[in-house]
Design a protein around this ligand. Structure first.
Ligand SMILES: [Zn+2]
Ligand SMILES: [Zn+2]
Length: 107
């Protein structure tokens, strides 16, 4: 099992209609562009809706955290990885680039 596998409580949230509606509405409210790239004047399509306060098993049922637009950020995959890891890629022992995808955020 990969350590980036989503826990059950997170899967349930990310597959909920409430979240799907929320992230769609949020993404269109910011014009569908990566907010982090935009700060540097770059226009990249937003790919991931990131939670600034990470979701946990304790706040997953709290819509003021999970569905609060103030807690959301639309970013591209590169920015998202940088937010979480401070680096763009992880390279495994064979030198291959592996996608180190964070477990808590979702398209
Ligand atoms: Zn970006
Ligand atoms: Zn994230």
């Amino acid at each position: 099992m990969s350590k980036f596998e989503r826990p059950e409580w997170a899967k349930k949230f990310y597959s909920s209609n409430a979240w799907k509606e929320c992230r769609k509405a949020y993404a269109s409210s910011v014009g569908g562009l990566c907010e982090r790239c935009m700060e540097s004047g770059i226009y990249s399509p937003g790919e991931v809706v990131h939670h600034k306060t990470p979701l946990t098993a304790f706040n997953i049922n709290d819509p003021t955290v999970t569905l609060n637009w103030d807690n959301l950020m639309l970013v591209c995959n590169n920015c998202h990885q940088q937010i979480h890891s401070g680096r763009r890629w992880k390279v495994d022992e064979f030198g291959r680039v592996v996608n180190e995808y964070p477990s808590h955020c979702s398209l």
